[in-house]
Design a protein around this ligand. Structure first.
Ligand code: FES
Length: 120
């Protein structure tokens, strides 16, 4: 189902905008001409990604540093930091709580004029 979720003017380049529609919490990210929609829930322990840094086409979880591709949701780095500070690999294994790297969900986005639509 295609739903209008925001106006283009409400997005800042490289900064997440948190929105909720049909009970799903999303992060919208504008990079150049593209707008991406990702589930606002880190696959590590489900904390929100919305305040994560945007860098090199990825969103970085603000809690433990996991990185996710903005287009595919693919995980590219798993639990590698605490509050932005890198941690050694052995701590990463402990902090992972036995969870293996997992992607996050992404959703198709279309922009019509100033209106941003997402398909859930
Ligand atoms: S909650 Fe995102 S990496 Fe831990």
């Amino acid at each position: 189902m295609k739903t209008k979720i925001a106006d283009l003017g409400s997005l800042e380049e490289g900064k997440g905008l948190c929105v909720k529609t049909d009970g799903v919490s999303l992060v919208l990210v504008k990079t150049g001409a593209a707008v991406h929609a990702l589930e606002n829930k880190c696959s590590h322990i489900g904390l929100p990604l919305g305040r994560g840094k945007i860098e090199n086409g990825e969103i970085i979880c603000p809690f433990h540093g996991s990185r996710f591709n903005l287009v595919t949701g693919e995980n590219t780095d798993w639990v590698s930091a605490v509050a932005g500070v890198k941690i050694p690999a052995w701590s990463s294994a402990l902090l992972s709580f036995g969870k293996k790297p997992q992607p996050i969900r992404t959703f198709p986005v279309s922009v019509e004029g100033e209106d941003i639509y997402v398909e859930l």
